[in-house]
Design a protein around this ligand. Structure first.
Ligand code: XMP
Length: 505
């Protein structure tokens, strides 16, 4: 399949460029700036992304781009444009004023990169350095009031550079620019669709695992569900799924999700290991300690079940593309590993099957819809692996879990009933350790407080508290205090991330 390569120089918007290109319908991959995959015949164009560095700094990234320029169409964005200019004899300087925010771009009329652009098109600038001279053979393609070389080109070599960020939504015609580059300049046939992905991946899974048995750990979340349905489509009952209940799921979640999985035709073994988890969590208050215990118990229980499936040859996981990009920094070193593969018994000799490893989260959802998975499963909010354990401050007891499950269910069902569920990224209730005084009827109460948390976000890296209607919050607070025994106070968390985090623990 045709693809665009994006070279990563460390900018936070590199992933966003990739998502925009995928939305256009073209497959793309991100590589560290110095790891260009030379011999791939499917490459139709290359994008150099932004960077926090100055191109003239000694420690800046200066890969040899001579094998790329002239061979493929190239688009340099911000640092990428400065790198092209700098390497071919242009000038990049700190001009004293850093340029952030909106600007109006006027382009050269017949430049193919700007076909369809209107005059004074709003763009988004974010750079401290400016290109003050472009290399020989290159021509001006667009300017703003304060930046002469906001865009330049060399049509013969098929190279374009822009100082602004077309990938962000504040660049109003940014998608048009990327579409012009990918479709008109690189000649993409835009073959990247959910259907083509499903067809290709199902064929690949069949080819990869043949008649072997595959096991997969289901979590109830979107990624593992979509992975399971996709593999099931390829190999049917040869896929065995394991769903471990650690007792810290939402109210009725274990039975509801098991039911849904069965309706999807999946072969699922449900393991209720709550008692083991509760026992090991007794007396533990420290959040990291809770996470460690849950992680270790999870691997133990999963391994026990997986070990019973003696003919299994493959372990499938719902790993998605951002998990893998995040695992690498721009120097190619692994800084975070997220798999629990290391915990599997070595003598099982399982090979890895990761059918979603190329997809962004929104693409996983699209594929899920195309596979016919019900919306209630696909549009679920993210939920942390350790479940309610990271939403109970202090020691975890079965009673506290049950209190929190009731409060959380009222909140989440309320969001659905008031048509607010899909408007927030994630929501849940937190059970506080301290008790406070209240009065109910003629009686004084001394019960727990519950905090409600609902946030908007695009990737959980940053988040803002959701502006839920007061009427709704009033209703939920009344419902929780009246119906959940053990709770006499409800608060709403109005902290953004950063500086707070989404979860309290
Ligand atoms: P924070 O609290 O770091 O959360 O802002 C960001 C996202 O990650 C989820 N989260 C977890 N997920 N295991 C997980 O699988 C964990 O220990 C964990 N802690 C936080 C959180 O729900 C949010 O979506």
């Amino acid at each position: 399949m045709q693809k665009i390569i994006i070279l990563d120089f460390g900018s936070q918007t590199t992933q966003l460029i990739a998502r925009r290109i995928r939305e256009i319908g073209t497959f793309c991959e991100i590589f560290p700036y110095n790891k260009f995959p030379k011999d791939d015949p499917d490459i139709i164009g290359v994008i150099f992304g932004g960077s926090p560095l100055s191109v003239y700094a000694e420690d800046a990234f200066h890969p040899d781009i001579s094998g790329i320029i002239g061979k493929y169409p190239v688009l340099g964005i911000c640092y990428g444009a400065q790198l092209i200019s700098w390497q071919y004899g242009g000038k990049v300087e700190s001009v004293g004023t850093r340029e952030y925010g909106r600007a109006k771009l006027n382009t050269v009329k017949d430049s193919p990169l700007f076909e369809g652009f209107t005059a004074d098109s709003q763009i988004w600038m974010s750079h401290g350095d400016s290109i003050t001279a472009i290399p020989e053979g290159y021509t001006l393609a667009g300017s703003t009031d304060s930046v002469k070389y906001a865009a330049f080109e060399n049509r013969e070599k098929r190279v374009w550079g822009v100082q602004f960020h077309p990938e962000v939504s504040h660049s109003i015609q940014g998608t048009l620019l990327l579409n012009n580059f990918v479709t008109k300049i690189c000649g993409s046939r835009n073959e990247w669709t959910s259907d083509s992905f499903i067809e290709k991946t199902v064929a690949e899974i069949k080819d990869q695992v043949k008649d072997d048995r595959v096991i997969l750990g289901l979590s109830g979340g979107v990624d593992s569900t979509v992975a399971a349905v996709l593999i099931n489509k390829a190999i049917g009952d040869k896929l065995t799924c394991i769903f471990v209940n650690h007792g810290l799921l939402r109210k009725d979640e274990f039975t509801d999700v098991m039911e849904n999985y069965k309706c999807l035709g999946l072969n699922v073994i449900g393991v209720d290991a709550s008692a083991t988890f509760f026992k090991d969590l007794e007396g533990v208050e420290d959040p990291e300690q809770k996470r460690k215990i849950i992680g270790a118990d999870f691997i133990k229980v999963f391994n026990e079940e997986a070990g019973k499936i003696t003919d299994a040859k493959w372990l499938a996981q719902g790993t998605i593309y951002p998990d893998r990009i995040e695992s690498m920094n721009i120097t190619g070193k692994v800084i975070k590993s997220h798999h629990n593969v290391g915990g599997l018994p070595k003598d099982m000799h399982l090979q890895l099957c990761e059918p979603l490893k190329w997809l962004f989260k929104d693409e996983v959802r699209q594929v899920g819809y195309h596979l016919g998975i019900p919306k209630i499963l696909i549009s679920r909010h993210p939920f942390p692996g350790p479940g309610l354990a990271v939403r109970i401050i202090g020691e975890i007891t079965p009673w506290k879990v049950q209190v929190l499950q009731e409060a959380d269910a009222i909140f989440i069902n309320g969001l659905r009933e008031w048509d607010l569920y899909d408007k927030v990224w994630q929501a849940g209730a937190i059970l506080l350790a301290d008790r406070t005084v209240g009065v109910m009827g003629d009686e004084r109460t001394y019960d727990h407080a519950v905090a409600l948390r609902a946030v908007t976000s695009v990737d959980a890296m940053t988040a803002d508290w959701a502006d839920l209607p007061y009427e709704f919050l009033r209703h939920i607070s009344n419902e929780i205090i009246n119906k959940v025994k053990g709770v006499n106070r409800v608060c709403y968390d109005i902290s953004s991330k950063p500086p707070a985090t989404i979860e309290w623990l």
